[in-house]
Design a binder for this molecule. Structure first.
Ligand code: GAR
Length: 194
């Protein structure tokens, strides 16, 4: 792998809606010397998102959009991304669906992390559904974002055992821990030749 310095790293924007533990984890990853990414911009649709505090802590520029109208909001987001020369978007618990147009304008350089073994359990309430179906294994997936929800090409997955005593909450906690390993690994897999 070619040595990366701060200027060669991929300018990255993370999109969040809530707690931001994946955002925090990606920040820590980005600060490693040989990480291929540099997080320049945080986007959130939620002004109360807990994860906004990490932008403050690590001096990352943040922008909040209230999404009254998707088309005009996305236009504003695209212009902010261009202004900051963003080359990669990492969705991390972003609960808004991006339009076909937005995805096209970003030429597929959008990744997402999802708390299930896709193609199983696209959408919401993945842990409830896995437990209800008496699955023995669930997990998480990092994938490219395309215009259909949770359906883009899979980059990496990690399996997690479901135990009899698991509740959606306990399973979510165990899977989230694995998400924190998987997202950086998937980014490395894609960009380690930079
Ligand atoms: C994560 O479990 C992530 O996989 C999930 O939201 C959580 C965000 O946690 N994403 C989705 O469900 C997207 N469909 P975080 O805010 O602590 O990173």
């Amino acid at each position: 792998m070619k040595k990366l310095n701060g200027f060669e790293k991929l300018k990255t924007s993370v999109f969040i809606s809530g707690k931001g533990s994946n955002f925090y984890n990606l920040i820590k990853f980005s600060l490693k010397k040989n990480s291929p990414i540099r997080i320049k911009l945080l986007i959130s649709n939620n002004s109360n998102a807990e994860g906004l505090k990490y932008a403050k802590k690590f001096h990352i520029k943040k922008k909040i959009y209230n999404y009254k109208n998707r088309l005009s909001t996305e236009k504003k987001i695209i212009s902010e991304l261009e202004k900051n020369k963003i080359k990669l978007i990492c969705l991390a618990g972003y609960m808004k669906v991006l339009s076909k147009n937005f995805i096209k304008s970003f030429k597929g350089n959008i990744l997402n992390i999802h708390p299930s073994l896709l193609p199983k359990y696209k959408g919401l309430n993945t842990h409830e559904r896995a437990i209800k179906n008496k699955d023995k294994i669930s997990g998480c997936t990092v994938h490219f974002v395309n215009s259909k929800i949770d359906s883009g090409k899979i980059i990496m997955q990690k399996k997690v055992r479901i135990f009899k005593k698991d509740t959606p909450k306990s399973l979510a906690k165990r899977i989230l821990k694995q998400e924190h390993n998987l997202y950086p690994k998937a980014i490395r897999k894609l960009f380690s030749n930079l």
